[in-house]
Design a protein around this ligand. Sequence first.
Ligand code: ADP
Ligand code: GLC
Length: 486
Amino acid sequence: MKVLFATAEVTPFSKIGGLADVAGALPKALEHHGVDIRVITPGYKSIAFKDYSLKDVATFSVPVGARTYEANILSTRLPESENVEVFFVRNEEFFDREGIYVDENTGEGYSDEAERFIFFMRAIIQWLQGDSWKPDLLHCNDHHTALLPAYIKEMADEFPVLRGMKSVYTIHNMGYQGTHDKQVLQKTGFPKSVYTDNETFEDNGDVNFMKVALKYADKINTVSPTYAREIMSSEEFGFGLQGVVKERADDVSGILNGVDYSEWSPEHDDLIPYNYSAKVISGKAKNRDELLRKNRMMAEKTTPIIGMVSRLVDQKGFDLIDEALDEILALELQLIILGTGEKKYHYLFAEAIEDYPEKVAVNFAYNNPMAHLIEAGSDLFLMPSKYEPCGLNQMYSLRYGTIPIVHATGGLADTIDDFNSETKVGNGFSFSEYTSEALVETIKRALRTYKNKALWKFLRDNAMRCDFSWDVSAGKYVELYQSVIE
Ligand code: ADP
Ligand code: GLC
């Protein structure tokens, strides 16, 4: 089975969020299941190309509207895979920029986002047309690659390689749909007859790339079973596309993301100063000291540290934290945050640092070593997301013995069982009602449990034993691919 995995981010080359983690790990697991899998992604300027041995694969020109742009395809092996090739589509004008999605000068998304990804998708198709390797299936992810299922069905006369090719579309987040002025359709290369008076290409006067994929893809999936149900249930989760997903209900499934334990395990994580395991846990306390030192906080042995690694956006529950911050910081805890995002949350935390310097530290940065140190050095991990398609950090936290506190939604509901101190069953703390009262109550409950050393050990052992490796989920992807190819 030959599959091409198309994605806007892939670890370790480029990363904004969990999509990169999935794109860097799932292909390795699929390779173990015998899939002939290749990955294709934009060749952003920020990628450390000099660290990899690169093959020059092809150069050709790609039309986007009235202009043509040169596409240069390079490839390298995905690190730690046997033989998964990652192909980079390079173009100076579209991808040689400081940011991946956001213009660092303005803090806004690039205004030519549609053109950048139309270029990327058209380059993929032209490259396939010219290459001898022909995938049976294109696995598309998020709105950046969402027109590909339509290209397959509508452009096979021009690009015969597309004949009979199948597609799977994975939704990583309904909150980002790729909605653009309809004018951009003229730059897609689709014949006018394809999109004129076609409600698939119409979304309140605009074009919505995700909607196009939801209509054209052979199968649709998302990254947890609960989120698969939620996105059909209401506007709140579906962001306007709930009806479109529901129409395809028979083709929609939820497959939980996995964890790449070669990157996220305290036993052999080389980004943390002290390795440890459930059996030999002593290193965790040393990482804790290091975390406090790096964040210039006093070491209070009995005060629990709550860590957060997150995009600072509404999705991640920061509106609840905003409402309850004074109440939270009045509790016996220290809060260490890593993240960047919306300005209002940068202001909120800048103020909190001034008011409570001994209780809260915030790293307004993207910093992978610090993300690992927070996982290793914290006692609890806070992730009160309003909605969460899957979420990876709560699963990483489990392995590091850092107990998650979550809002029970999407993938958080599928991975975190509320700890019952009577039966000693459960791996974290969760609350169902999305209110600041419920959040504060749950934090208080976690802090009470933390004080009981014996109980805490039970909980930590439960957490560290959880296994969310990719193998099982990759098997489900193979079944999904088979269901369309056959
Ligand atoms: P999402 O993709 O919605 O942001 P996930 O939980 O799926 O959420 O994945 C987030 C990923 O990005 C995790 O690997 C997390 O460690 C990483 N991450 C998020 N913010 C930062 C940051 N500021 N610095 C380093 N890593 C980060
Ligand atoms: C998105 C979601 C996150 C998920 C990730 C990878 O960014 O917000 O929940 O884990 O994609 O699928």
